[in-house]
Design a binder for this molecule. Structure first.
Ligand SMILES: [Zn+2]
Length: 120
């Protein structure tokens, strides 16, 4: 995935367009374990971003362990096509390139300023 946990992203489409937040969770588009390798997850390729796409969940108190009841605010998933990674160097929403480092590892790069997104 081009976007990983703890990345800062900017929403580029929809109601939350222009908002920025940190990725809390990535829902991959392909399953990775056992006989499910390579299978598509139609609800995948999405990210949960803190403070973005908030929705109210009406939670009932259920179970032995008391869950928080009432109306609680939760982040909904955003499709990765609607978000762009914010480059830590040039502070702009950008597309992500993959380049090889000097020691032949694949590193994510900013397509705008060309610098490595991650510490390499
Ligand atoms: Zn950049």
């Amino acid at each position: 995935m081009r976007i990983r946990e703890n990345d800062t992203i900017e929403v580029v489409a929809g109601n939350w367009s222009g908002e920025r937040g940190e990725v809390k969770r990535v829902i991959p588009g392909r399953k990775g374990k056992g006989r499910h390798v390579g299978q598509r997850n139609p609800n995948g390729d999405r990210v949960i971003v803190s403070g973005i796409n908030m929705r109210t969940k009406h939670q009932r108190p259920t179970g032995q362990v008391q869950t928080q009841a009432g109306r609680i605010q939760l982040e909904g998933p955003l499709h990765i096509s609607n978000v762009a990674l914010v480059c830590p160097h040039c502070d702009q929403p950008t597309r992500v390139g993959i380049t090889l480092t000097a020691d032949n590892r694949r590193a994510r790069t900013c397509r705008k300023c060309g610098q490595y997104v991650d510490n390499t």
